[in-house]
Design a protein around this ligand. Structure first.
Ligand SMILES: [Fe+2]
Length: 314
């Protein structure tokens, strides 16, 4: 009998699970590891409840699902110490400050999947809240399988023929859609990211892919999206805007309000995620690991130019 208690994330959602009972001791049990991998494949994301809040436990949970990968962008903050795979995402009043409906927010992010600007897509990410904001600071998750199945047939067909081009230049001023109404960027992400983006070729990913188990996954993001293969910039803009409007209408998201004792893993080949942001007066620090892997369908638009570029992307 399993030592873990597994239940749906929410009764009305076709994705997500909650797992209780994982400890630093039983996490090494092969039967438990297998059970966790099966739940993950089936449900696309897991909220671990009442787990030990240490970097070691975060790394141990991550390694149930695969080896850790260092983040591909060197300027991203690493958590000091003996856990090189853990990065920090923190509120910084001097960067990434936006305004939505007249309210200023830090750490807001639009719907996306991670590393779209890379040829490889990491398998998963694991998040935990090191410092929670007392209000706001939710993480939204949406399922690409549910999304594909909910889209009108003519949009499914359009997506199936579409290869999307993404860049690391994630500045919102160059992102024409997928931003809320009444959105304003107060302080941008800074020149350093735009400079780093120049080292990377753009990356191509299919808008729909099929899992080994047969489900089709709608997997597109407006974050860093620039062009569509085979279309002019203007045609690509129109085509993407049309499908993205349909995606937003079909998404059934879950907005996770972080509680003490939690960690969350999500399947980066299947799920989209976003961050609602929080009031600049609050501190919010998230620790994240990245789990290696690749779905094998992404590629660079052009070959990386230099060894330095290859190093930056390793
Ligand atoms: Fe992300």
């Amino acid at each position: 009998m399993s030592l873990l208690k597994v239940k749906p994330l929410r009764e009305d959602l076709p994705f997500g699970a909650r797992v209780e009972g994982l400890t630093p001791e039983n996490i090494h049990d092969p039967a438990i590891r297998q059970q966790l991998n099966e739940v993950f494949e089936d449900r696309g994301m897991i909220v671990f409840e009442h787990v030990e809040q240490t970097s070691q436990m975060q790394v141990d949970i991550s390694e149930v699902f695969g080896p850790l990968k260092d983040h591909p962008v060197k300027m991203v903050e690493r958590v000091e110490g003996e856990h090189p795979g853990v990065i920090a995402i923190r509120t910084d009043p001097k960067a990434g400050r936006v305004e939505i409906d007249g309210k200023e927010l830090l750490t807001w992010q639009p719907w996306h999947f991670d590393h779209s600007y890379n040829n490889e897509l990491n398998r998963a990410g694991v998040l935990r809240a090191q410092v929670r904001a007392p209000e706001g600071g939710l993480t939204g998750f949406a399922d690409g399988i549910q999304l594909y199945n909910s889209l009108p047939e003519h949009i499914q067909k359009k997506l199936e023929g579409m290869t999307v081009i993404y860049t690391l230049d994630l500045d919102y001023s160059r992102q024409p859609y997928g931003l809320p109404k009444n959105f304003k960027e107060i302080i941008g992400k800074g020149a350093a990211l735009a400079e780093a983006a120049k080292l990377f070729p753009r990356a191509l990913h299919p808008a729909v892919w099929t899992r080994k188990t047969g489900e089709k996954v709608a997997h597109i993001s407006p974050y860093g999206q620039r062009d569509i293969v085979g279309l002019s910039h203007e045609e690509g803009y129109k085509a993407f805007a049309e499908v993205w409007d349909a995606v937003e209408a079909a998404l059934t998201p879950f907005y996770h309000q972080w509680q003490d004792g939690e960690m969350v893993i999500w399947d980066n080949w299947r799920m989209l995620h976003m961050a609602t942001g929080c009031d600049p007066k609050y501190d919010r620090i998230m620790h994240r690991t990245t789990i290696k892997g690749d779905y094998g369908l992404g590629r660079w638009e052009t070959e990386p130019k230099t060894a330095t570029t290859a190093d930056a992307m390793a």
